[in-house]
Design a binder for this molecule. Structure first.
Ligand code: SF4
Length: 450
């Protein structure tokens, strides 16, 4: 049950020593109650306080990190049922499975293709996160060789799937310094798999046929000292999966039921591509932290990666483009400068219209906290002063001989002030609508240059 600030305060030393970084124990208690501080910041908390407050202030779903240190995959840590309540924090990791029965060269080639698939969308690179190596052969030696082959061809994190504790241990030992996800402990092999997970310091999937069995298994594994768990309860169809995922998420977040407070894994394999995409979409929307599929084909990956990006975009944080000055077309020193904000949507619309026009320009993307033109102007982030200072600060502007800069039509009122801020520059007012950019560049800008 959640503790109030007052409940927590009663358990603190009440010396107001300030070593936790806040002036009083009461202030620290309030921070703990809002989960914006960790009890470890107070060096004087008693054992009783650590036991009671530590449990109450623990996040409802554990965050589990796996994969190589240079390319970690972070799962879980979610705190809300619906994205609009706050945000979802860690996108569903997509894992493509490969059987260890494939010839080694074929494994290498498929792993390389899966890992190198990249979809660029609104400034983000969307990729597959994990490759699952499946010990279909049942032979530990074949499994180890397959894991080595995949590791040599792909830099992403690995999921090791086998019923054999020996195969998992020997394959895991090949991956020194990284944390593969071990798949999976069941009520039958839980003790042996717990030992392997502890030995490799790797996260472990707990799998059971029902939610009740899964909760018991997770509690038992936690009791044995395996803290980083991922849960799986297979369902017969998408409707059952949706119900089950929702029940587990709700139990963790709303009822603070600790045994189910871990990221979820769904396996969506053995379907034709259309069914695969449909079923996997259900998993991404509600509430898989890891989703295993058995196709790395672009027609499957593309819709899933795009859906994932949409679901896991923070609704309170606009997608932003890195501010800077970007050449478009064959832009040279005398090509004019178009100014816009760093809201991704604005950037991509303006840049594609400029590309379509076939008129070389430099696109100056001004830091404006990801706001659109009018919103940024209203918030004082896209003023003449800010634009002038930004352009003067850009190394890419130094080699330009052009003295023409175009501001969006929606902020025509800043053109005079911008001319004052950029002595020697001619400030032109561009169109308000993106669809008018092409005719503007081809006609009015060309006429003004003549
Ligand atoms: Fe109180 Fe502990 Fe903070 Fe000191 S460090 S003010 S005892 S909560």
């Amino acid at each position: 049950m959640a503790m109030t600030g007052l409940d927590i305060f009663k358990l603190l030393p009440k010396t107001n020593c300030k070593e936790c970084g806040v002036p009083t124990c009461m202030a620290f208690a309030m921070k703990l109650a809002s989960k914006s501080a960790e009890l470890s910041a107070c060096p004087y908390a008693s054992e009783e306080a650590q036991e009671k407050i530590g449990a109450a202030s623990r996040p409802p779903m554990r965050t589990v990190t796996l994969g190589p240190a240079e390319r970690p995959v972070v799962l879980g840590g979610e705190t809300v049922m619906f994205r609009h309540e706050k945000t979802f924090v860690h996108p569903t990791a997509i894992a493509v499975s490969l059987p260890d029965t494939l010839p080694v060269e074929e494994l290498r080639s498929q792993a390389a293709a899966i890992a190198s698939y990249c979809l660029e969308r609104v400034g983000e690179e969307l990729r597959v996160d994990l490759i699952l190596v499946d010990n279909v052969s049942g032979d530990p030696t074949t499994f180890v060789e397959a894991v080595k082959a995949v590791r040599s061809a792909a830099a992403c994190g690995l999921v090791l799937k086998s019923e054999s504790p020996r195969a998992l241990r020997e394959a895991g030992e090949q991956l020194q310094g990284e944390r593969p996800l071990l798949y999976c402990a069941t009520p039958v092999n839980a003790d042996a798999l717990a030992e392997v997970a502890k030995l490799l310091k790797a996260p472990l999937v707990a799998r059971a046929d029902t939610v009740e069995e899964l909760a018991g298994l997770a509690a038992e594994l936690a009791r044995q000292g395996v803290e980083d768990l991922v849960l799986e309860a297979p369902a017969g169809n998408p409707a059952a999966l949706l119900q089950q995922n929702t029940l587990i998420r709700k139990s963790a977040l709303k009822s603070a039921f600790r045994p189910l407070g871990f990221p979820l894994l769904n396996t969506v394999t053995g379907r034709d591509p259309v069914e695969l995409v449909a079923d996997a979409s259900t998993s991404i929307c509600k509430y898989a932290s890891v989703m295993v599929i058995d196709s790395g084909e672009p027609e499957v990956l593309l819709p899933l990666l795009m859906l994932r990006q949409n679901v896991f975009t923070d609704p309170q944080k606009p997608i932003q483009v890195e501010p800077g000055v970007y050449p478009i077309g064959d832009a040279g020193p005398d090509s004019p400068v178009l100014v816009t904000t760093n809201f991704s949507l604005t950037y991509f619309i303006v840049s594609s219209e400029a590309e379509n026009a076939g008129v070389p320009v430099h696109l100056a993307v001004v830091e404006s906290e990801g706001m659109s033109v009018l919103t940024a102007w209203a918030a004082g982030k896209f003023s003449a002063e800010k634009i002038a200072a930004f352009l003067k600060s850009q190394p890419a502007m130094e080699g330009l001989t052009t003295r023409r800069v175009v501001v969006p039509g929606y902020v025509s009122q800043i053109s005079g002030e911008l001319e004052d801020g950029l002595p020697g520059w001619e400030v032109l007012v561009g169109p308000q609508e993106a669809s008018d950019i092409t005719p503007f560049l081809r006609t009015r800008l060309a006429a003004s240059a003549a």
